[in-house]
Each structure stands twice: as C-alpha cells, then as structure tokens.
Design a protein around this ligand. Structure first.
Ligand code: 0L1
Ligand code: MG
Length: 264
C-alpha cells in the first residue's frame, strides 16, 4: 500500500489515537494535520495500534469489516470498505451492561459474525472459500465509537482509528452456513422496546461472506492472513443507532435468534 507518512509520524499518530480511545476523548481527524494521508497510511497507524494493544497484554481475537453497505459508504462519502482488529478487551457477554463513560459517542449496529475453523489467505479469497472455512455464524451487535470530533472523518482517519471499533457482543443461536440462506436474513434493531431500524443481510456487499472475503483480501495487502478460530464481524446490516446510558438494545435476527445489551 502507498505510504506518505514516515515511521516517526506513524508511531506518534498511533499513540495519539490510542490515548483518545483509552481516555474516551474526541480528537480532530488525522487528515487535518496530514491532508495527503492515504489508506495505506491509515493501515500503518492501525497496525501500530494493534502492536500496542498486544504489548498491553490483550489478544487479537478477530477482525471486523466496516463501511460495507452501499448506504453507509454514501453516508460517509467513501467508496471502499475498511477493516479493523477485534481485541479480547473489546468483547462483552450477551445480556451484559456496557458502560458508556469510557466511550466517546457510541452507536450500535446489527451484524452477522463468522467464526472460522480454517485459516484464510488472499489475494483472490472469495465467498465460497469463506463459507468452506466457516465453523458457524451467529448474530452480533457491534458498538462503534468514532473518536473523531463531530463524526467528521475520512477513510484514512477512520482506518487509523481501527474502523471505530469499540465493543462487540455475540449471542443468539449459532448456525452452520449450510443450514441457512445468509443472503436473505432480516434483522430488526429495537431500542427501549421500539423498533428503530431494520435491514437484510444482502445490505452487506450483497452477501456477508463477500465482506469477509474482502477483509481477507485487504489483510493479504498487509501481508497477513485470517487465522483459524477468528471471530469476524461482517459489517452493519442496519444503520448505526446512537445509544446512551439507560438504553436497552435488542437485535432480532431471522433464523439466528436475538442479542441484547444494556448501557449504563
Ligand atoms: O463498523 C463500521 O461500519 C465502521 C464504521 C466507521 C464509521 C463510523 O464510525 O460510523
Ligand atoms: Mg460495524
């Protein structure tokens, strides 16, 4: 990938983003200081952020595909999806209470998560390879939290911020991919007992396994593979809904059951 940042700037930006994530404070988008920043620069900062996460003793448990629906790409003014890593300290149990005082401006999305039983490596990874390497899928809620002030960001900045990753919750009813039609699954998101948004799994690049293949192919550009046993969030089926302390959220999925969480 094309880089314009030098190593010192990559290290400094990763420390800057990490401080915003851990301290839950908003920062200006990184391209304000580095207008020529590229997607490759964004991934270089994200890789350094991942190295820092591991150095703090956390495990990388999987990856997420972001900005995978046409609607979301249009909304954010970007034309390609992104990926980010998922670490052990971001996982929360189903039905748990998630604090909001250590988040900047959390939003929730309904997603289909894949758990892999074999490693996947691009380039050229496709839907069939993803489905063959999938142990099971399950419904999930992603809690995204862009650290950029006023949600003003661009693709290089959001990639450096690890695709706004913050928390994730898997649950419901795990299913084999051969037992369901992953393309046509509907999902409804309820907040405080009211339906706030709904969508169908085809919103995710036409098929959620295509989003996982896209993720594997981006990993290949970073000279990495998706290890067996990874937890992979395939991207928001619904738009992201803002949440605050006191909110109860339930994501109901066709065929896959539901996932609920509460915010304090
Ligand atoms: O999961 C995602 O689609 C990442 C979205 C990044 C932009 C945002 O924070 O809304
Ligand atoms: Mg997401």
């Amino acid at each position: 990938m094309n880089l314009t940042l030098n190593q010192a700037d990559i290290l400094r930006l990763a420390a800057h983003v990490e401080a915003a994530q851990l301290g839950a404070h908003a920062i200006p988008k990184l391209t304000d200081e580095f207008p020529a920043m590229t997607i490759g620069d964004g991934y270089a900062v994200q890789s350094e952020l991942r190295r820092r996460w591991v150095a703090r003793g956390e495990r990388i448990v999987g990856w997420k595909a972001g900005l995978t629906s046409k609607a979301k790409m249009l909304q954010m003014g970007v034309s390609v999806p992104s990926i980010g890593f998922l670490a052990s300290d971001m996982a929360r149990p189903e039905n748990s209470v998630i604090r909001t005082d250590d988040l900047v401006h959390p939003r929730v999305e309904c997603e289909i998560a894949f758990v892999t039983s074999e490693a996947l490596r691009g380039p050229g990874c496709d839907r069939d390879q993803v489905l063959a390497a999938t142990d099971y899928v399950l419904p999930a809620i992603e809690i995204i939290d862009s650290r950029f002030s006023g949600f003003k960001f661009d693709l290089p900045s959001v990639i450096a911020d690890n695709g706004s990753s913050a928390r994730f919750v898997g649950g419901g009813r795990p299913r084999r991919v051969t037992d369901i039609d992953l393309r046509t699954l509907g999902a409804v998101l309820e907040k405080n007992g009211e339906m706030v948004t709904m969508g169908a799994s085809a919103a995710v690049l036409g098929h959620p396994a295509d989003a996982v293949a896209m993720l594997v192919n981006i990993l290949a550009e970073l000279d990495e593979e998706l290890p067996a046993g990874s937890f992979v969030m395939s991207g928001g089926i619904t738009e992201a809904i803002p949440v605050k302390a006191g909110d109860c959220v339930i994501a109901r999925f066709q065929e896959l059951g539901s996932v609920s969480i509460r915010f304090s």
